[in-house]
Write a protein that binds this ligand. Structure first.
Ligand SMILES: [Zn+2]
Length: 419
């Protein structure tokens, strides 16, 4: 027993000293490991690649590094900028990747002295930072810096600016509702805001009437009338996505709605259909599956606007565009449906409607995740009577009045006060 105990002691002692040995060794290795990046940090980081993807509403920016960067980011105004500070970095990236696109109006980077470097992204308008994160590459050496930004309002940008403390390392935006513009509750005291979107414009004329009316002009004239009527109806803020004959991308129209924190987005159209006998107004909401073949075909035509204008369509960044917004989209959709139904009711008292006047399809311009949105086809330019009405100021006034009445009902419900 004693021997065994002795052996047992010895074994214990041996393993005890073994633990010590390991501890010391591990400590030494750890110290070596920790000191390696520190020593290596004397040499500048290598930024090897830069990529941007997205559109005017969401962008993802990815920069590849040979080692782990330690970014600090902050916001600047005039223009709206995201500034990411880095340890000294040698940038060797493809200049073609830096050209402005989507929400990003410009990219600059370089040394800012004292062994620091900086990446500056200028945006087209206010935005919210969804994340700035450093991730280790799974399939290759090195690390990547990922920044996601989303179009937002001036208010959201200003709040972030006011709250900002330099943020270190990997950060996630904390207030998810804020960055998506907040469906509910609405910001207290904020005026009910409507963004009216005159369809088409500039090089994209839209449909052409049997007697020569051009959709882009019809929509602008109507939108202008509707703005006037709304301003007479209630204490609303009313904006147009365009006030002149200019081309706007579909995602830019959505960005403008978000910039104004629109409570309602109304896109105005007047298209054509092969059957010239068909006439009347239609109210569309967004859906993944179209309500009918005609609605599906119309959405395809409308969504071609960017391509018709010769705009290069980049692959949508679905991960950025969709996952974040699904929850809020559902609530928004409920409001869009409610407004569409009430709009159909109001319009039916004064203007001709087609059969089943509330339809749905996958319109890109209705995809603001946090803004209830409808697309109104006022009538068909392929029908001579509809075309004549669309050019008639009296008819326009009457139709605009009914839309204003529907907006008033909706605004009262949303704000509890009607304004
Ligand atoms: Zn159209």
């Amino acid at each position: 027993m004693e021997t065994r105990n002795g052996w047992a002691d010895l074994t214990d002692k041996a393993s005890f000293s073994g633990i010590w040995f390991h501890a010391v060794l591990c400590g030494f290795l750890l110290a070596l490991f920790v000191s390696l990046p520190l020593r290596a940090s004397a040499a500048p980081l290598e930024a090897k690649a830069y990529k941007m993807a997205g559109d005017a509403t969401h962008m993802r920016i990815v920069m590849q590094f040979d080692r782990e960067p330690d970014p600090r980011w902050f916001l600047l105004r005039g223009p709206h900028r995201l500034v990411i500070d880095l340890p000294e970095t040698n940038f060797s990236v493809d200049a073609r990747e830096l050209k402005a696109r989507g929400l990003v109006a410009g990219v600059r980077f370089g040394n800012v002295g004292e062994g620091r470097s900086r990446l500056i992204l200028s945006a087209k308008g206010p935005f919210a930072v969804e994340r700035v994160e450093v991730l280790e590459n799974e399939k290759s050496e090195g690390y990547r810096l990922v920044a996601d930004i989303a179009a937002s309002s001036e208010r959201v940008f200003d709040e972030a600016l006011a709250e900002q403390t330099q943020t270190t390392g990997s950060t996630q935006a904390t207030k998810k509702t804020d960055r998506l513009g907040q469906m509910a509750p609405r910001a207290a005291g904020k005026r009910f805001t409507i963004v009216i979107d005159p369809g088409h414009g500039g090089i994209d004329g839209g449909a052409e009437g049997v007697n020569g009316a051009v959709e882009k002009s019809v929509t602008l004239a109507f939108a202008t009338e509707l703005k006037k009527k709304l301003e007479q109806t209630g204490p609303y803020n009313v904006f147009l996505t365009r006030e002149k004959d200019e081309f706007l991308r579909l995602d830019e129209r959505v960005r403008i709605a978000r910039q104004h924190e629109a409570d309602l987005f109304i896109s105005i159209h007047a298209d054509t259909i092969r059957l010239k006998g068909i006439r009347g107004a239609t109210v569309y909401t967004v859906s993944d599956k179209a309500s009918d073949a005609e609605a599906a075909a119309l959405a395809v035509r409308e969504n071609l606007s960017d391509e018709l204008a010769g705009i290069e369509i980049e692959e949508e960044n679905h991960e950025v565009a969709d996952i974040l917004v699904d929850l809020i989209r559902r609530e928004t959709h409920t409001f869009s449906m409610r407004f569409a139904r009430s709009l159909v009711g109001e319009l039916s008292t004064a203007v001709e409607l087609i059969n089943n006047p509330h339809r749905s399809a996958g319109f890109k311009v209705l995809r603001a995740p946090d803004v209830p949105s409808v697309l109104v086809e006022l009538g068909y330019l392929s029908n001579a009577k509809d075309e004549a009405q669309l050019l008639d100021p009296d008819w326009r006034g009457k139709a605009a009045e009914r839309i204003s009445a529907a907006v008033e009902l909706f605004a009262t419900e949303r704000t509890g006060t009607g304004g």
